[in-house]
Design a protein around this ligand. Structure first.
Ligand code: NAD
Length: 285
């Protein structure tokens, strides 16, 4: 069984970015800037933001935090517009979920698509669906990157994605089914209304779980030798748990991601990749 080590792979990616930025920042006279907007005191969001700030430091990206205790829709919209105009800001990330009363979609829609390093702006979602270059959401792009690094090519294989959220399941299914490197899979997108999920999963060479229920995918649901990618991050009394039952799956699968240390670190690494891409776009590198 191959343990797909997202933590180590993410560290390698951060080192590669740092090496590239050591050259680019000298040449263009500034570091890439990533503005991270955090509203409220959600503990999980605070951890995610801290991890993103650390990753920026590792890579040579300037983290520009905007931590607001509370704000109004109008004030937040004003901040996004200011960041859009700031030539030292290459990427803008608004940590979700925003507190109740704020319209997240309206805020995301305001971000300049060329600074949308989270890949959530409708322009970038549209470009992705057309197979055009643009920013791709960090979690599914990080998953594809992890498969690439381990030479696990889903081309011509059957893939099942469980979960149809806009940030993980839907874009992942789209990316896997497109043409290009580490894609070309025949994809079934499953969700809470799928009639026979087990039967769908048993057909799959690759299973991607993005459900939000601890240990949901068990060994009886996957075929021998499948590749299982666990996107889930669930806080339980016993600590962090994925959506896949690692213990029962590990002896049956060809490869699997652990939780923690699998997809999570790859998501943050992909944010760094996207920020480097935004910087290149803005300086013309
Ligand atoms: P979501 O709640 O938006 O979507 C969950 C999806 O699962 C839904 O589309 C739903 O149809 C499907 N689902 C629910 N119950 C089901 C069932 N019984 N059978 C089949 N499908 C079912 O969640 P999300 O934002 O996509 O996140 C999913 C998981 O991934 C969560 O645990 C989240 O914490 C985690 N996550 C991890 C990262 C990361 O960086 N590793 C990033 C984003 C989300």
């Amino acid at each position: 069984m191959i343990l797909l080590d997202g933590k180590a792979t993410a560290a390698t990616i951060r080192t590669e970015i740092k090496e590239e930025l050591d050259k680019l920042t000298g040449k263009y006279g500034r570091q890439p800037g990533l503005a991270v907007v955090l509203v409220g005191e959600d503990p999980a969001s605070q951890v995610y933001v801290r991890n993103k700030e650390r990753a920026c430091e590792d890579c040579g990206i300037k983290s520009m935090p905007h931590k607001l205790d509370n704000t109004t829709q109008l004030e937040l919209e004003g901040l996004i517009q200011k960041l859009n105009r700031d030539v030292n800001v290459d990427g803008i990330l608004v940590q979700l979920p925003l507190p109740e009363g704020l319209d997240s979609q309206k805020i995301l829609d305001l971000i300049d698509p060329e600074k949308d390093v989270d890949g959530f702006h409708p322009v970038n979602v549209g470009k992705m669906s057309l197979g055009l270059p643009g920013f791709k959401p960090c979690t599914p792009a990080g998953v594809i990157n992890l498969l690439k690094r381990y030479n696990l090519d889903p081309a011509c294989k059957k893939a099942v994605v469980i979960g149809r959220s806009n940030i993980v399941g839907k874009p992942l299914a789209m990316m896997l089914s497109q043409s290009g490197p580490c894609a070309n899979a025949t994809v079934t997108l499953c969700h809470s209304r799928t009639a026979d999920l087990k039967a769908e999963c048993l057909e799959a060479d690759f299973v991607f779980a993005a459900i939000g229920t601890p240990n949901f995918v068990t060994a009886d649901m996957v075929k021998e030798g499948a590749v299982v990618i666990d996107v889930g991050i669930n806080r339980t009394d016993e600590g962090l748990a994925g959506d896949c039952d690692f213990e029962s799956l590990k002896d049956k699968v060809h490869a699997i991601t652990p939780v923690p240390g699998g997809v999570g670190p790859m998501t943050i690494a992909q944010l760094m990749v996207n920020t480097l891409e935004a910087f290149r776009l803005h300086v013309g590198a």
